[in-house]
Design a protein around this ligand. Structure first.
Ligand code: AMP
Length: 188
């Protein structure tokens, strides 16, 4: 069974939920870049201050900073496997990530692309805003994050299809079904 997986999809497509479930089922580490960034913001560090405005506006945080987060984890990831949620978010990041991962054997084996229509994303995130109160879950920022997804992140589908690693799943299906489908794809 493969153990190096990327979860790619628009905000609100269920990557975080599935990442947690899969890591519990498989005992793999779930790394969510957004969670790492929010933890840094909450810590009140100087770095957190730099990140805060970008995340709140739904902009991408600078590649150097994100690659720094990846770099410290790449060797352990090669050894133990991973479920990575939120990286890469652009083809540029994927190419930079590859340079870090390739030498240590940490490249992803399978890329799950969460397919979900925009209007469902907006509904889901608006509902999440009431529960979690994330600063970036307001309608204007949601629309911006979605536009950014289409422009910058979606090209990753073709990028990984060319490598034979991408699999698209229907992320509007019930949570259990999505988990089952991913496990099936991992089994190959
Ligand atoms: P998420 O929790 O995955 O929705 O991410 C929340 C926010 O964190 C995003 O809207 C970005 O501002 C930032 N972020 C997460 N992952 C990345 C990344 N790979 N590159 C740049 N910014 C990121």
């Amino acid at each position: 069974m493969v153990n190096k997986i990327l979860l790619v999809g628009p905000p609100g497509s269920g990557k975080g939920t599935q990442g947690v479930r899969l890591s519990e089922i498989l005992g793999l580490e779930h790394v969510a870049i957004g969670d790492l960034l929010r933890a840094e913001i909450s810590s009140g560090s100087e770095l957190g201050e730099t990140i805060k405005a970008k995340v709140a506006a739904g902009e991408l945080v600078d590649d150097d900073l994100i690659l720094g987060l990846i770099e410290t984890r790449v060797e352990e990831a090669a050894e133990k496997g991973y479920i990575l949620d939120g990286f890469p978010r652009s083809v540029d990041q994927a190419q930079k990530g590859r340079k870090l991962a390739e030498p240590v054997g940490a490249r992803p084996e399978l890329v799950i692309y969460f397919d979900v229509p925009d209007d469902i994303v907006v509904d889901r995130l608006t509902a999440r805003a009431e529960i979690e109160g994330r600063a970036d879950d307001n309608e204007e920022t949601i629309r911006h994050r979605l536009a950014l997804f289409h422009e910058t992140t979606k090209p990753l589908l073709e990028f990984y299809e060319k490598q034979g690693k991408a699999r698209m799943i229907d992320a509007t299906a019930p949570v259990d079904e999505v988990t089952e489908k991913i496990l099936e794809l991992m089994r190959g």
